[in-house]
Design a protein around this ligand. Sequence first.
Ligand code: AMP
Ligand code: GLY
Length: 423
Amino acid sequence: MKVLIVGSGGREHAIATSVAKSEKVSQIYCAPGNGGISQIAECVPIGAMEFEKLVDFAKEKTIDLVIVGMDDPLVGGLVDQMEEAGIRTFGPRKNAAILEGSKAFSKDLMKKYNIPTAAYENFDDADAAIEYIKKGKFPIVLKADGLALGKGVLICNTLEEALDGVKSIMLDKQFGAAGSRMVVEEFMTGREVSVLSFVDGKTIKTMTSAQDHKRAKDGDQGLNTGGMGTFSPSPFYTEEVDDFCKKYVYQATVDAMRQEGREFKGIIFFGLMLTPNGPRVLEYNARFGDPEAQVVLPRMKNDIIEVMEACIDGTLDQIELDFEDNAAVCVVLASDGYPLAYEKGKLITGLDAFEGKDGYYCFHAGTKVTQEGIVTNGGRVLGITAKGNNLKEARANAYEATKWVNFDNKYMRNDIGKAIDEA
Ligand code: AMP
Ligand code: GLY
């Protein structure tokens, strides 16, 4: 089977690594890919939003399965265009990817179908939003409706901050068109957990849990990033939480989408907050998390292609997902300065150290191949994942492995998985 993966981050490297393990697969292509992916796939210089070129490429190479890793092409309708051209594709169609593409849509869906989430109101108009906020409690949360690289969420402690927030989202359009609508939401407290799932339109099968670390600095300080590290499973994702979510969240979401005529096939990522009043949905994503995929997929025993095909064919009820009874931790090595300004083009040394080391992975995010070798090419550069018999062991292994690779301005958080000690 020939597979084309669309995307270029650590998540896509993790997906490609799982795909490469499948005996069904003879050739992997990735568009556009990165320096690490190019070691297991043929990378083609087509951007994830160049739909026509992607479709033409898939036709020319007679690709058997396209896997769309990233949110932008999903929300933009790449799956629809591939399917129209007769190419089997894993991921939600445009009318279902709206679950991630519009926060206002997802909030209305949850309200309509009684799926537990924070109280909220949607606004198209800044003045109306301001009137509502003036009557609200603080902190209060403002969210740009559309995709904003994970940055369109503002937590405002005072009325003044909230007024500034409305201005930057709706009037100054700091997040572009994503800010034409805005959700104003109740602030919740608790631990966050990510649960990824495979969905075939009717059936949902959840994967093992994970936890991300979104802030740039130790102790959850600094700016929000794409994610600085993850661990899996989350010890806070108890059986009780799982039972609650099975009853009120997972199947309810899949059924709600079907009811709305927006059958969802692909990955639903549930961002949950475990509040004192029980689990609440913070957000939905329509794809694997990055860097959640880097700790969840290495622990999955199933052939990923079989599971993805079952999602497309509507036969997921016949699949049992199976995860290793161990743990994994991923520490992101970033370029100092991320998520603001940082340098690129720094030579990365030590990558060979991962060869033949079972249970250790060096997932590339922002890297590229040059004549001098593999160099840094983004804010998040590598995701160093290690497994262990338990979370503590996995964390020790991952931090040990972060020492194997080096590049100028290498930066990481030193407290990924620290919460494990409190479990
Ligand atoms: P989102 O993109 O909706 O997941 O929001 C990004 C981050 O903002 C989340 O991971 C939370 O840390 C935080 N956040 C979002 N919504 C809320 C909320 N209602 N209460 C507290 N924190 C929130
Ligand atoms: N790690 C969070 C995300 O992928 O959105």
